[in-house]
Design a protein around this ligand. Structure first.
Ligand SMILES: [Zn+2]
Length: 318
């Protein structure tokens, strides 16, 4: 990394900011689970279900246009969430369901000139009607009104889980092995925040607020690529590290750098490389570590999820 990157950084967070609430954690609840709403309906002699609803049918999750973030923390299925804006991915109406949601579906089908009874019972007739609509829309004729189909019909179905939600996936950090600040701190997701001297470019890292002198440690095994002990540019006293896979990390506003380190020095994850300070353009603000991740040495990514996953204080502080 030659030239310039150190000039991009400005950091003057006004205060140990309010951590943005766990929006990203909540974004992860989309584990696809087929849910059947309501109680099974009593069927006439001819209405023998050929298969249980949902069994063996994998409905694709609705594409809301929002890339689902990997789930970070345990979030139970949306059973208690009041009136979600859209039917949660994975929620579907299927044979055997009954109730107001089925009735709404039936009305929508009739509006499409598919004349099913409006009786609130997802019987063979309703299933057949859904299949007709699916063929018409060139979808797989499953007879199950999945979240995507419901959304396309303008229907919002609230999930009432009748099956336990799938075990939540755990976010696994790809880059960070050890949290970069070894001591009390406040992690904030300040990615993209406005910084006056970046002239329109959003903040390219996260700020970790901590007292001056708290140790800063390498997040992964690797090599020091560049560093400066003289205040240089917006980052002040800073270190660029590259890990053994070629990913790069930027630690800025350091108070000082550990003795003996220089470009080319090998470091191991957790090894102290400096201390928290407020050098560079952070000189009038509170001490903090400005931290960036550059996968493969390319553009920075929002390091928040990585930091959160590695944060030993996770769940103990804001
Ligand atoms: Zn920063």
């Amino acid at each position: 990394m030659t030239g310039g990157k150190d000039h991009r950084i400005i950091d003057r967070p006004s205060s140990p900011a309010r951590p943005r609430r766990s929006i990203r954690r909540l974004a992860g609840l989309a584990a696809a689970t087929t849910l059947v709403l309501g109680a099974p309906v009593a069927l006439g002699a001819n209405n023998v279900p050929s298969q249980l609803p949902g069994a063996g049918v994998s409905a694709p999750p609705a594409d809301s246009g929002v890339a689902p973030a990997p789930p970070v923390a345990t979030t139970p299925a949306a059973s208690t969430t009041p009136a979600a804006a859209n039917t949660p991915a994975g929620v579907s109406l299927a044979f055997g369901a009954a109730g107001a949601d089925v009735k709404s579906l039936q009305r929508k089908l009739r509006m499409k000139r598919i004349f099913v009874p409006v009786d609130g019972k997802y019987s063979v007739k309703t299933r057949a009607g859904v299949r007709i609509l699916q063929r018409k829309w060139r979808l797989k004729a499953t007879g199950i009104a999945d979240a995507a189909l419901l959304a396309r019909l303008g229907l919002k179905v609230r999930a009432v889980a009748s099956t336990p939600a799938a075990a939540p996936a755990v976010f696994v950090a790809q880059y960070i092995k050890v949290f970069p600040v070894s001591g009390p701190h406040v992690l904030t997701d300040s990615w993209g925040d406005f910084r006056a001297s970046l002239r329109g470019q959003g903040h390219q890292g996260n700020d970790i607020m901590a007292a001056r002198g708290v140790p800063v440690v390498a997040v992964a095994d690797g090599t020091i690529k560049r560093l400066t002990r003289q205040e240089t540019g917006l980052g002040g006293i800073w270190i660029w590290q590259v890990d053994n896979a070629g990913n790069e990390y930027y630690y800025a506003h350091l108070n000082d750098i550990a003795a003996g380190l220089d470009a080319g020095s090998k470091v191991t994850a957790g090894q102290q490389i400096g201390t928290v300070g407020n050098t560079g353009d952070a000189r009038y603000g509170d001490p903090h570590l400005h931290f960036e991740i550059h996968p493969g040495g390319g553009s920075a990514i929002d390091p928040y999820k990585e930091l959160l996953a590695a944060d030993p204080q996770r769940g103990k502080s804001g």
